[in-house]
Design a protein around this ligand. Structure first.
Ligand SMILES: O=C(O)CCC(=O)C(=O)O
Length: 382
């Protein structure tokens, strides 16, 4: 999950203590010099830093379990996934980054964005709701404490499901937003099992009010992820043995949709909230291209990380040892929106999506918590 997003590039003054990962991040973030992508893997240039294991399928020697499927989604499927990510998914029961601070209209934000309405639709909660208790994971000063960022365990999740876990209190300083401003302020939407952003853990006591069961991954998203995992010639990877099990039991049940503006970056991090340390994480890129940077499982590692140019429709699968690797997005590539996502005559609905995408990238990032159906049933019923 994202650790932090920075809206503006940092000044290019790398201290001597920078790790190779941090140095590389800084390199791709620099906006004072022309962007140099010559060291990044770009399948269209077909350079040799990757191992081709199938038609449009690559692995990387330094990253066992990392598989890259360029252009996996065709134009039609990219548009379908974009519509879902912007219009349909950021609504209850899925939580989004604005929910904690704003009351969002029941019809969602997209319709207001699409219709270009100028009235405020996202209303600050602090102004309209009674004050909430301060959660214990907040320091008394209101500052964020350090969260124990160890991989999750079934016992830890049971404890969380048993307790009352108050949400982050709404900010008293946020201002009302119209549809356009709200959509561009939206940073993420969670899908599948409820993710508690204060605790940085899944909270299985939160259920879908419609089904009274756990919140499910939207079917079309789950299908794309399953298709990608099945399409990989795992026997040609160095995680072939483990993959036999993953293929049988692959069942995505949690995730996040990340929304990036052109100046946004995602700092290197490891996704540790899932109990599993190796099951595939499927990451789908949509809209503007980006540089994806992946190192190994040590932040201080001296091995150089691998930069990969990701375009709309590309899928990255992180599995096996790579599931615990530091990774991030140091750069969104300006002027890289493909023509099929710009305004088109054939699709009457597309205009607001093209408008949004003209300054945006979307990443659909889908995980498997690694719990059995029985464990999940136990957590949901505690
Ligand atoms: O945007 C991306 O390509 C990666 C997102 C990511 O690393 C995450 O959500 O953990």
């Amino acid at each position: 999950m994202p650790l932090s997003k920075q809206r503006f590039a940092r000044p290019p003054t790398p201290p001597d203590t920078d790790t190779t990962l941090r140095r590389s991040e800084r390199f791709y973030k620099r906006k004072d010099i022309p962007l140099d992508l010559s060291d990044a893997f770009d399948w269209l240039r077909d350079d040799s830093s990757a191992v081709k294991i199938g038609d449009k399928c690559y692995t990387f020697e330094n990253h066992p379990g990392l598989v890259y499927l360029p252009n996996y989604l065709n134009e039609h499927d990219q548009k379908r996934m974009i519509k879902l990510s912007l219009r349909d998914i950021p609504a209850p029961p899925n939580r989004n980054s604005l929910d904690a601070h704003y009351k969002i209209p029941t019809e969602g934000l997209w319709h207001h964005y699409a219709a270009n309405t100028k009235t405020d639709v996202a209303v600050p909660r602090a102004a309209t709701e009674p004050p909430r208790e301060m959660p214990s994971y907040y320091a008394p000063s209101g500052e964020r404490p350090l969260i124990n960022n160890q991989p999750s365990t079934f016992e830890a999740l049971k404890q969380i499901a048993r307790e009352h876990n108050p949400e982050i209190p709404p900010s008293p300083t946020v201002k009302p937003l119209n549809g356009e401003r709200a959509m561009y302020k939206l940073r993420w939407t969670n899908i599948g099992h409820y993710y508690h952003w204060g605790l940085k853990q899944y909270d299985f006591s939160v259920r879908d009010p419609q089904t009274a069961g756990p919140i499910a991954i939207p079917q079309p998203v789950a299908q794309v992820c399953k298709g990608a995992v099945e399409a990989i010639p795992w026997q040609r990877t160095c995680v072939a043995e483990a993959a036999e099990e993953w293929k049988k039991g692959y069942k995505p049940d949690a995730g996040i949709i990340n929304y990036y503006n052109l100046n946004d970056t995602l700092m290197a991090h490891v996704d540790r909230s899932e109990v599993t340390s190796s099951l595939p994480l499927v990451s789908i890129s949509l809209g503007h291209s980006a540089v994806f940077l992946i190192g190994d499982d040590e932040r201080e590692s001296i091995s150089p990380p691998t930069p990969i140019v990701l375009r709309s429709g590309d899928v990255v699968v992180m599995s096996g040892p790579t599931r615990r690797s530091y990774h991030g997005v140091p750069r969104i590539l300006e002027r890289s929106l493909p023509p099929h996502l710009q305004n088109e005559q054939e699709d009457d609905e597309w205009e607001p999506f093209a408008r949004y995408l003209s300054t945006a990238r979307i990443n659909v990032n889908v995980r498997q918590t690694g719990l059995s159906d029985q464990q999940i049933a136990e957590l949901v019923s505690v």
